[in-house]
Every structure is written in structure tokens, then in C-alpha cells.
Ligand binder design. Structure first.
Ligand SMILES: [Zn+2]
Length: 333
């Protein structure tokens, strides 16, 4: 982990609106700049409230978050926390204007010691949690679903921008505050970026007609992108945008029957809202046999001897992110 340092402003701009924008800002749904090959699920997209210094992003996750969460047998509150982290990583990371990764982490002294979700600008998401099952069960008593503060305890929320091995990482750290990762993120943006920001995240399990359950997650954020000196002049618009944003229902964010453009239209139709071309998201882990070998080679030989399983004579490595299991012949390391 790179030493703690506060990140510079994360460029939070939707893509340029040069392509195919339609004329009226008040259609039945939010306007799309480009209707070719638009994903309807597992997507993240920027949007802009017409004629206001308010921009936002929205994320909808179906199969992608289900794949990530189904790779583990997490208790429901832990799966929820990781789902929130995945949605948040995509929301923030998709604003990056260069190739790289946006990593959301939180750690503390609570029942969940660590949660991480990483988004890379190719649209890949992955993540995992470390937790104590007994303590999670204990903390869950009396709660419908314990949130971030209860699960993580006293801890820190960390956002990292990683542009690759030859570039310096930018990292910002704030205290875990609030019962959702959305509140942690708002606190982060207020402290580290000084950009007024509202974030909503929702996670839930849907049951299909056949009784199959699958995870879904969704989220949205808005930011007042007016320059400091102009914030006073735009205060009313920002107040109004926040009030409308606050009416977003968790159920709407995760409902596969509510398309993203309709979701935004419901919220901001009076002012008009423009949705930028969505970017597809998927669950993808970068682990590989070669990477596992590199990790094993980084251990002293005597420690590798201790890793060999008595019954198989092999070293067995499980990827914490995706639960893939790699079996390695000790002699081949
Ligand atoms: Zn993996």
C-alpha cells in the first residue's frame, strides 16, 4: 500500500456531448446522446441536469454483482456491504479520464475487518470482504441489516486511483462515518475533494418465478460542479437537485424493470436531464496462474514448504476476489 496521501480532484465529467444529442430536453425519458449498442443492465453512465452546474453518474448492476457475490458465501449484511462497494467503485471510477483502476476500501475493528472493490477502466469489477462470522451474526441481532459503521466499527474509508505500476498512486483516506458506504463517500468528497456530493447506493436480492435468487445493486451520485466562487449563485439549483435526488428509492435503483433513462426522468424531468452513453460493466478478476506463481515466488522458500498440503503434496491458493483455486506443484515455483 502506498503511503497515505490525499488525492487531487477526481475529474468528474461526463463524456463530451458532441454525438447525436436529440433536441427536446423533456421527452418521456432522459435523453441519450447515442442510442447505438446501449446496455440495459450492468452499466454505468454519466448524466447532466439541463442548464445547471449539477452532474451525476448512475450505475445498475445485475449479473456482474451477482457473479461477484455468488463467488462467496457471505452473510447477507456482508454481501450487502460488498455490493455497495462495487456500485460505488464503478460510480466513481467510471469518471476517470485515463486507463487505470479505482479502488474502494474500508477497514476497521468491527465484525468486517476489510472490504475492497476495484473497478478498472475496461469496465471490470471485482471485490471481497474479510469478516468474522460470529461477530457479524452478533452485530446483526436487532437490525434489519447492519450497515457500514456497525460492520466496520472504528475504521477508515480509502479511495485509491491506480494508473499502473510506473505511476504514483493517489490515495485519500477519511474516517468511516455513517451507516452506509454512500455516507462514507459523501464524507470523503466533502473532506478530500471539497466537491458537494450526494451518493445513493442500494443492494438487494431478487427472487425469480422459479425461486432462483440473484443479487442486484444500483447507485447514483450527483455533484455540484460549479466553481467555488459560483457556488452561491447555483445554491438554489443544488438544493433542488439534492431534494429530488433524495426521493430516489432503493427499490428503484435495483429494479431491473425500471430502465436507467426512466429512473432519471422520474427524478429530474422538470428540469430535463441528459443521460450520456452508458458503459458496460462486468465481473472480471485479473488473477491467473502466472500471477499466483509470482506471489508464491515472493515468499521465502521455507515459508513455501509450510504451504504444501500434506495429503496432495501441492500448494493450494484461493483467489480472495473470485474464489478461483490454483493448485501448484511446489517444484515448479
Ligand atoms: Zn481471482
Amino acid at each position: 500500500m502506498a503511503p497515505c496521501r490525499f488525492s487531487p480532484y477526481i475529474p468528474f465529467r461526463p463524456p463530451s456531448a458532441s454525438s447525436g444529442r436529440t433536441a427536446s430536453p423533456r421527452g418521456r425519458s432522459a435523453l441519450l446522446t447515442d442510442t447505438a449498442s446501449i446496455p440495459t443492465d450492468d452499466l454505468v453512465a454519466g448524466f447532466q441536469i439541463e442548464n445547471q452546474q449539477v452532474r451525476g453518474r448512475v450505475v445498475r448492476l445485475g449479473a456482474a454483482v451477482d457473479t461477484i457475490l455468488a463467488a462467496h458465501d457471505y452473510p447477507e449484511p456482508v454481501a450487502n456491504l460488498l455490493g455497495e462497494a462495487c456500485a460505488l467503485a464503478a460510480l466513481v471510477g467510471s469518471a476517470l479520464k485515463f486507463e487505470g483502476k479505482l479502488i474502494i476500501q474500508a477497514q476497521g475493528d468491527g465484525p468486517v475487518a476489510y472490504v475492497v472493490a476495484d473497478y478498472d477502466t475496461s469496465g471490470s469489477l471485482r471485490g471481497y470482504c474479510r469478516y468474522d462470522a460470529d461477530r457479524v451474526a452478533q452485530a446483526s441481532q436487532g437490525f434489519a441489516r447492519p450497515g457500514a459503521q456497525t460492520l466496520l466499527g472504528k475504521g477508515v474509508f480509502i479511495m485509491t486511483i491506480d494508473q499502473g505500476p510506473d505511476r504514483e498512486r493517489h490515495q485519500g483516506i477519511t474516517a468511516v462515518e455513517g451507516e452506509t458506504l454512500a455516507l462514507c463517500a459523501e464524507h470523503y468528497f466533502a473532506q478530500s475533494e471539497q466537491v458537494p456530493t450526494r451518493v445513493r447506493l442500494a443492494v438487494g436480492e431478487l427472487t425469480t418465478g422459479e425461486g432462483l435468487r440473484s443479487w442486484r445493486a444500483g447507485g447514483a451520485m450527483i455533484q455540484n460542479v460549479a466553481e467555488d466562487q459560483a457556488r452561491g449563485a447555483t445554491a438554489d439549483a443544488w438544493e433542488r437537485a439534492q431534494a429530488l435526488f433524495a426521493t430516489t428509492g432503493d427499490d428503484e435503483l435495483i429494479d431491473p424493470e425500471v430502465p436507467t433513462d426512466r429512473l432519471l426522468y422520474r427524478l429530474f424531468h422538470e428540469d430535463g436531464v441528459r443521460l450520456f452513453t452508458p458503459k458496460p460493466l462486468r465481473a472480471f478478476c485479473r488473477c491467473s496462474h502466472e500471477r499466483i506463481m509470482d506471489v508464491l515466488r515472493s515468499f521465502p522458500a521455507e515459508e513455501r514448504v509450510d504451504m504444501v498440503e500434506a495429503d496432495t503434496g501441492l500448494i493450494r491458493v484461493t483467489c480472495e476476489y473470485c474464489s478461483s483455486v490454483y493448485q501448484v506443484e511446489p517444484g515448479s515455483v
